[in-house]
Design a protein around this ligand. Structure first.
Ligand SMILES: Nc1ncnc2c1ncn2[C@@H]1O[C@H](COP(=O)(O)OP(=O)(O)OP(=O)(O)O)[C@@H](O)[C@H]1O
Ligand SMILES: [Mg+2]
Length: 303
């Protein structure tokens, strides 16, 4: 639905939420072999995000919970991403360093427990996923761009192009990806975009992004003295990033954990899990609700 516009159209998204949320709920219950009566609590995404889409999910969750007489908890979208690796077997124990690398965020966090998050580094401009999406657009690939760029990069040759590694040697844990996008734009203007050239640009772009992300993760482990890294968010599905992080972490005798691929991009399981963690600690709302389109993750408190 959004591919035609090259990005998410807010009003289309919220209308589509209205159409899909109840049939999806029924489908998921059926697939899980459960009924509404089996539900002991409802977690929903309260923010940050598009207000219209948030309001649809929130009002359905709160009214369903009211009729079922079960508690609700409003979850922070990024807390969902952050805790997604804990859905896997042998999850890492707190504390750990988290790289949250998605369509809207590129952050390094110190995670000491549920709700105990300290921001170590952030992007000064575009998120890594956004840079993938914009590069895809410049190369004439579809939306979302990350998987398309990464597929094309696998066909590219090393050495033909050289793109910058922004902030690679800065003394902090911050990122910047908008210059990289401009450098890709310059390349696309200078060369005829044959399939081969597009693949070579995609290759070098992916190398540049993953090199910077890997170096900053290792710097964060060094600075915090921790030996556990978790990676989450859509760009965490990138195979080259996983390969580089795994190699670099092995050299430092550190462990890296990832969610399975379908739990990297937005999914309901991660919100349910974060909500369950908070409900276990008896944090619940009454049925009144607000959404928080803008919501800083570092504001969260332990439940
Ligand atoms: N294999 C991949 N390689 C690189 N990027 C990828 C890959 N798969 C997905 N992405 C990128 O991940 C992003 C989507 O991730 P996600 O759903 O976590 O982001 P979002 O929900 O839009 O943003 P946020 O969670 O920050 O609000 C898109 O930018 C997409 O291009
Ligand atoms: Mg997301």
């Amino acid at each position: 639905m959004h591919a035609e516009y090259g990005g998410v159209v807010p009003e289309l998204a919220s209308r589509d939420h209205i159409r899909r949320a109840l049939p999806l709920t029924q489908h998921v219950l059926r697939a899980a072999g459960r009924t509404l009566q089996d539900i002991d609590g409802i977690a929903y995404t309260q923010g940050p995000g598009l207000a219209g889409a948030l309001l649809v999910g929130t009002s359905i969750a709160e009214s369903l919970a009211f009729t079922l007489d079960v508690p609700t908890v409003g979850v922070h979208h990024l807390e969902g991403h952050l805790l997604a690796p804990l859905l896997e077997e042998n999850p890492p124990a707190f504390p750990f360093v988290a790289l949250l690398v998605s369509g809207g965020h590129t952050q390094l966090m110190r995670v000491s427990g549920i709700g105990d998050y300290e921001l170590l580094g952030d992007t000064l401009d575009d998120a890594a996923g956004e840079a993938f999406d914009k590069t895809a657009k410049l190369l004439g690939l579809g939306y979302p761009g990350g998987p398309a760029v990464s597929k094309l990069a696998a066909l590219g040759k090393p050495g033909r192009f050289k793109l910058p590694r922004p902030l690679l040697n800065s003394d902090d844990l911050n990122f910047s990806f908008s210059g990289l996008k401009t450098a890709v734009l310059t390349l696309t203007n200078q060369h005829a975009l044959t399939d081969e050239t597009k693949a070579d640009i995609a290759y070098e772009f992916q190398e540049a992004v993953t090199e910077v992300l890997t170096a900053k993760c290792m710097a964060a482990l060094r600075e915090t003295g921790m030996d556990n890294l978790i990676v989450s968010g859509g760009v965490g599905a990138n195979a080259r990033l996983r390969e580089r992080l795994t190699q670099a972490a092995q050299r430092r005798l550190c462990k890296v954990s990832y969610p399975r691929l379908e739990f990297c991009t937005d999914n309901g399981a991660m919100i349910a899990f974060a909500g369950a963690m908070r409900m276990l600690h008896a944090q619940q709302d009454d049925y009144a609700f607000t959404v928080r389109p803008r919501w800083d993750l570092a504001e969260l408190k332990a439940p």
